[in-house]
Design a protein around this ligand. Sequence first.
Ligand code: ZN
Length: 290
Amino acid sequence: MRIGNLAGRLTVFTEHGALDVEQTSAGEFSADPQAIYPRWEEFRRWWAGHAPRTEPAVPFTQDDLGAPAPHPAQVLAIGLNYRDHATEAGFAIPDSPTVFTKFVSSFTGPIGNIVLAGPTVDWEVELVAVIGERARNVAVEDGWSHIAGLTLGQDISERTVQLAGPAPQFSLGKSFPGFSPTGPWLVTPDELAERDAIQLGCAVNGEAVQKGSSCDLVFSIPELVARLSAVLPLEPGDVIFTGTPAGVGVVRKPQRFLSAGDELVSYARGIGEMRHRFVSATAPTQHTPE
Ligand code: ZN
């Protein structure tokens, strides 16, 4: 199943088009995309058993897509979680996850403009997991059963802000408005041929800059559920940015950062694509859905 946020409404995407969940379920489920996660199992059963699959599916435009989980209570993001990225950044492979947050006000959708918050704005393509069942002290082998699905994300980072001060400010430097795009939709794990080996990458103005596979994660998605839920409960709808592979701009020689007019295209095989254009803070901005 592919679900998402079409102009702010919970939507199932099928080969026939978009199905509005509130309308299709005759009001049994709310239109609010975030409200579905606490009812995830019930929703899955409804879709498997009773939902009409073709009518009234309608065509849609990708410009109207928003974040599949737009208002999570908690956002957890993992640093240095691909071996090649830890190495390029000059760090040893971590033996425990490096965790920070991206504040929810930085969330945006898979298509649109992002305002450059400074001169050192960088890309980080990531797989993003959304929790579908509360997780507390979960074993690694049970980790996947707590995941509603995966989507694609960018952990956009203003490196000067991130690295300023005696202790790095990951959470602030990665939380300017628009710095946490996700989408185009959430794909349930059963639809992913190889859920532990998903290829992902991104390109700037058509030039590939990152390319990796989630089989190279230091802490796999189920292991993150186990490690994080050993500290705090993960609630339905919570979002985990799982880390980025090698190829970010700050460690390139010479360094490379995003400029006004640059187009960043991100992909994850089996999930989809996002497209963002970077604009200067003084340029008029176009509305982008959350
Ligand atoms: Zn990241």
